[in-house]
Design a protein. Structure first.
Length: 157
């Protein structure tokens, strides 16, 4: 199984980089993992809708270069799944012949509609809003948990 994580922006805090590195290391037991940190488009302090749309379009062009397999854009309007349900979705992808699952975390302004429409599954972590950098750690942990659930491991309990 291949897991691809595409994110807009880089992690600034060392503690978040360390947490991500730990989950990526743990995932090595279950899958090959690719991380693509893409540049966030710079916007003015008070961007117009047109400026935001243009930035999202530019980010979408970068994202499309790396998106493959089952595409899972992370977005507020996405479906909320339990950890066991996410495990089932990842397992189903592998069983159905999709050896790659690509998760996409956009910038603070989200993702372009064209990226969302590429999604096999649009996923939301919560109705609450989280910083994008923390969302990356949370998603990596949930992907690791999904593999542990599929294996019947004790981590999930």
């Amino acid at each position: 199984m291949n897991i691809v994580l595409i994110v807009i922006g880089k992690l600034k805090e060392e503690y978040l980089r360390s947490a991500c590195a730990e989950y990526i290391k743990r995932l090595g037991r279950y899958c090959t993992f690719e991380l693509h940190e893409l540049d966030e488009c710079r916007l003015s302090d008070d961007p117009s809708e047109k400026e935001i749309a243009s930035a999202l379009k530019k980010e979408a062009e970068q994202i499309k270069r790396y998106a493959k397999g089952m595409i899972v854009p992370m977005c507020i309007e996405g479906k909320q799944l339990s950890s066991p349900e996410l495990s089932e979705k990842i397992t189903e992808a592998g069983v159905s012949g999709q050896s790659t699952v690509t998760f996409i975390i956009g910038s603070s302004f989200g993702l372009a509609p064209e990226i969302k429409s590429m999604g096999t599954l649009k996923l939301s972590m919560s109705k609450m809003t989280f910083p994008h950098q923390l969302a990356r750690v949370m998603l990596l942990e949930q992907i690791y948990r999904a593999f542990q659930i599929a294996e019947g491991g004790k981590y999930h309990k």
